[in-house]
Design a protein around this ligand. Sequence first.
Ligand SMILES: [Zn+2]
Length: 126
Amino acid sequence: MEKQCNRCGHVMHLYLRKLVYMNHTQIEHVPMYWCCYCGHHELVEQIKEELKQCLQRLHTEKGTKAISFAEHSIFTRMMLKTCAQKPCFTVDEWLDLYLLAKSLGDKQWLRQVLVSLREVARSKCE
Ligand SMILES: [Zn+2]
């Protein structure tokens, strides 16, 4: 699951990100493309409509704190199955992502990257 970055032409990787909607609702497992060369992010085309519907529902269901986007998206469920919740990144790619999260000052994302990085590193040693 890769595509070409429309900014710099390098390969973009698919990963699952947590989004925060209206500062109160966390949406986990939102598939996005990320370019590790220029840092360009892009929502996956296949999920745009599902995400829109999901956000509309969240808007009416006030008080919802956290959801998994996989409950609303077949594409995401498929992706979770194939990637077992983790983007298929190598340690180097995770390190790039770590630097990006750090430069953006996104602490929550940084923590997420660190946890995944540790898991990838551990699975390499076993
Ligand atoms: Zn790029």
